[in-house]
Design a protein around this ligand. Structure first.
Ligand code: BG6
Length: 490
């Protein structure tokens, strides 16, 4: 058995919001995968909590359906044995009913690691933590996982962090950003700090610019009421995309110790140049999709999906970010994310500077800059684009080709879902891939003034047709600087 699949200590995992979308689509299938890999001991318990009046069997039926929907080739016997670990408690964080029983149930296994996963609306975080604290369920063996969004601005994030902090110490709090659990993101650490090759080039002297794209083909679907209050900047940029940017831009940490990594990410966040009402129009573009096509089918626009006549919520954002420090001064980080874009692709593209001088004839073909593409999904992998001679006789013709490390073909392994790793990291007590409070605050300090500038401008997001790469202004944002988005790269 590899180190990666050693079993973790027995645990009790309580999922508040246990019938919600995240639990059903992601958390429970992730736990099932870890179970069949032998990492979860059968004495562990997984307890769904929500307000619905369900019993254990009713919930198990939901979990069974969720696992069958998410996992190919489920073996019925393993699913049956997984379900014996699963139970349900109907609880309302704002009412006392049922909490005595719940506390007694957890108290029956005092030695288990206790994980409370708060996959509810953030307004309930405080009530839940108060209950847990009131019943003394927040002892040293307890951990609390906070799903994003943590607040909707710095002030509300502080309220949540202060309130949760009254019952749990910082080392017990795991602020999850599932992008940090993605295989390729961890591979960035390996690539940058496990190879002598990149580090000497990883700076403004050699890197022209960085692009980070997180594109989705889906619309907001049934999440409209949440999404309309959030928008793309709060939903994706303040957390996932900034975390990716930190992984690219941070200084080498002294070790992988949680605070060593998080200290370096924090420095990056604090070095982001402010975008506010003085420059938001120049450095940001907002869009909102209209009816169009996705995956070959006609799809409605955002407002139709929402069932509203108007909304100023952005479903697309493109930004030019800059990091004001010695390593990165003058290197733009172009960030973009959106719903209903032409393909589902998340990638980081690091483009190196052009050659200072060409020794080749114009007839040899264009000399393109080297590029490192780190693809998170789909087809996870890394490609390093190099120039070589076109093989064979004839004149010297140049070709730009990738050194291709697509992980599935290189290693033949299926990538685990991000939640699989992160859930077990919580049980192991390893917070390296989770956000510390000061990181969340620094991210809000940067994102807040952008939101305020948009609000103050009174502008509405620019329309884009579903199935296109956002408003044309997003193309202009990068073309103004003589560069292009790289979505057409193979
Ligand atoms: C979530 C956002 O955090 O990430 C969603 O709230 C988004 O709006 C999702 O769809 C994207 O995650 P992934 O792993 O599918 O890229």
């Amino acid at each position: 058995m590899s180190v990666a699949s050693l079993p973790v200590e027995p645990f009790d995992l309580v999922i508040f919001g246990g019938t919600g979308d995240l639990a059903i689509r992601k958390l429970l299938p992730a736990l099932y995968h870890r179970y069949i890999d032998g990492q979860i001991r059968p004495e562990s318990r997984i307890v769904g909590v929500a307000r619905e009046a369900l019993d254990d069997n009713g919930y198990r039926a939901q979990v069974r359906a969720a696992v069958e929907a998410a996992v190919d080739h489920v073996v019925p016997a393993t699913l049956d044995s997984f379900l014996t670990m699963v139970g349900y408690r109907p609880l309302d964080a704002r009412k006392a009913d049922g909490w005595d029983d719940f506390a007694a149930m957890l108290g029956a296994q005092p030695d288990h690691v206790r994980v409370f996963y708060l996959s509810t609306s953030p307004e309930l975080f405080v009530d839940i933590c108060e209950r847990l604290g009131g019943y003394g369920l927040n002892g040293d063996n307890a951990r609390v996982v906070l799903e994003k969004p943590i607040g909707r601005d710095l002030a509300s994030a502080n309220v949540i962090n202060d309130a949760v902090g009254r019952f749990f110490t910082e080392s017990q709090i795991y602020r999850i950003d599932h992008y940090l659990g993605k295989e390729t993101v961890q591979n960035l650490l390996a690539l940058r700090f496990g190879n002598a090759l990149f580090e000497p080039l990883w700076n403004s002297a050699h890197i022209d610019h960085v692009q980070i794209t997180v594109a989705e083909t889906l619309g907001v679907g049934r999440r409209g009421s949440y999404y309309d209050r959030a928008g793309a900047l709060r939903d994706m940029v303040q957390n996932h995309i900034l975390q990716l940017l930190c992984m690219v831009a941070m200084e080498p940490p002294a070790s992988l110790a949680p605070d060593a990594v998080r200290d370096e990410k924090l420095k990056v966040l604090r070095s982001l140049r402010p975008i506010n009402d003085s420059n938001a129009a120049q450095f940001t573009v907002r869009g909102q999709y209209r009816a169009g096509a996705a995956d070959g089918q006609g799809v409605p626009g955002y407002l139709e999906e929402l069932g509203e006549k108007e909304s100023r919520t952005e479903t697309f954002v493109a930004l030019k970010a800059e990091i004001g420090n010695w390593r990165w001064a003058g290197v733009p980080f172009y960030l973009r994310t959106g719903k209903r874009l032409p393909s589902r692709v998340s990638e980081i593209v690091v483009t190196f500077r052009a050659l200072p001088h060409s020794i080749f004839d114009a007839s040899s073909g264009p000399l393109l800059p080297n590029r490192l593409t780190v693809r998170l999904q789909p087809d996870e992998g890394v490609k390093l684009w190099l120039t070589i001679k076109h093989p064979g006789p004839g004149g010297l013709r140049l070709r730009h080709v990738p050194l291709d490390m697509t992980f599935a073909s290189a290693f033949g392994v299926q990538q685990p879902d991000a939640y699989e790793r992160l859930l077990l990291d919580v049980v192991r007590g390893n917070p390296t891939l989770f956000m510390r409070r000061d990181e969340v605050e620094a991210a809000w300090k940067w994102a807040g003034p952008i939101l305020e500038a948009w609000e103050a401008s009174g502008d509405t997001p620019k329309a884009y047709t579903a199935g296109t790469w956002g408003p044309s202004a997003a193309v202009a944002l990068i073309e103004r600087d003589g560069r292009n988005w790289t979505e057409d790269a193979p």
